[in-house]
Ligand binder design. Structure first.
Ligand SMILES: [Fe+2]
Length: 166
């Protein structure tokens, strides 16, 4: 998590965003996997209405708990809630968390490609977001998982935004 926070913090600095915005990004980073390793009863307590497989419960559960503990920023809560699936309506917090989570240098796959994307993000946040979404969708399709509803709406919003194709 430290590495993900450092990544987001570095982007904030390079992009010259105000401290208040940087703090939102970092709150989302610290909150997003709070319940990733929680026992099923704990997850069910916070995310009992979440559809789909258990792997997708920790985002909604972490967001619900953050809210109960006083987080009121809608963008931060949506970033946490949907970090595993994507959300078309995300503001910058959700987009940054989605990218930072995937581009985490501690993840072992595709290291070079991901490092290049992480480096490029401050100059091209929209293009990098699209590449990250593309990679994550391809993975979903390859593994044969169903595509969650928010995920294809998210993808379509990126394509409709006309961020170029490659
Ligand atoms: Fe997660």
């Amino acid at each position: 998590m430290q590495r993900v926070a450092e990544l987001a913090s570095g982007w904030a600095e390079q992009m010259g965003v105000p401290d208040s915005e940087r703090n939102r990004w970092l709150r989302a980073v610290w909150l997003h996997d709070a319940l990733r390793d929680a026992p099923p009863e704990e997850l069910a307590k916070w995310a009992s209405t979440t559809p789909g497989p258990k792997e997708l419960w920790h985002g909604p559960a972490s967001a619900a708990r953050a809210k109960a503990e006083g987080e009121i920023d809608r963008g931060v809560l949506d970033a946490v809630r949907y970090h595993s699936v994507g959300l078309a309506e995300w503001d910058m917090v959700g987009r940054i968390l989605y990218c930072a989570d995937f581009l985490d240098p501690e993840r072992k796959f595709d290291r070079e490609v991901r490092a290049e994307l992480a480096q490029r993000l401050p100059q091209d946040p929209r293009g990098v977001l699209r590449e990250v979404a593309r990679a994550r969708l391809l993975h979903l399709v390859k593994t044969g998982w169903p595509i969650p509803d928010p995920t294809f709406r998210f993808w379509n919003s990126l394509v409709a935004a006309g961020s170029g194709s490659r």
